[in-house]
Design a protein around this ligand. Sequence first.
Ligand code: NCD
Ligand code: ZN
Length: 271
Amino acid sequence: MEHTLTSPLDMHIHFREGAMLRTVAPLSAREFAGGVIMPNLVPPVDTLERLLRYRAEIESVTGAMNFSPYMTLFFRAYREEELRAARPHIIGIKLYPAGVTTNSEAGVQSIRDAEPTMEIMESLGIPLLVHGETAGFVLDREREFLPIYAHLARRFPRLTIVMEHITTREAVALLDEYPNLYATITLHHLQITLDDVAGGLLQPHLFCKPIAKRPEDRAALLQAALTPHPKVMFGSDSAPHPVHAKEAAACAAGVFSAPVALPLLADIFER
Ligand code: NCD
Ligand code: ZN
């Protein structure tokens, strides 16, 4: 069967900077029309100046490739003037709870303290993208975060909230509860379960946050993707690390799927 995708988007992608950016960005740009670029660099992308410099660096690599980088700021307490100035240049602001994933040390310590900024985002129409995990037991982190999504969706009914890289059937179900909740799903969470990561020989290249869950969770994600669910987007969460950081005794979290994302997605849909 032949499939024609006129402008596929990757709604969650890590490009990094420098040599890594130059290595990985072309792999996405040759196949995708655009991508939502994650801001968890060191230091994070949390000023307009840093964001514009980062976009220029991306464009210096992908400029000739007909690829649109949709930029995100790293969530912190922003003043209204800062967000008014940034709004034309961003597609959203990415919130990381402090310490839950790669380069999230500067993330939020308290959701309550983050709410004044969310109120400004709601009034300016800036979407909130969220890494929704607690610091709890690794298999329960996303489920434990779902009440926070529900609270935010109720408290800010006009704020567009994207539950990034959902991995559980409960998260899929939550989409139907609140009109302003959306989600991205990765390729790897449509393909693997925890068994593939740790059920045999340990597979560091399949280790990521959130960790892959149970077969019934994967089935719910596949159902949402293939139906298709109107509020679900593809976001690869392709997250490259140097080989020495992956094939190591304290392996970094992140699945690097950019080189194979589109053909493997097509394969899933065809099957
Ligand atoms: C991502 C990374 O390496 O930047 N890692 C991951 O396991 N997904 C961060 C993230 O999206 O959580
Ligand atoms: Zn990510």
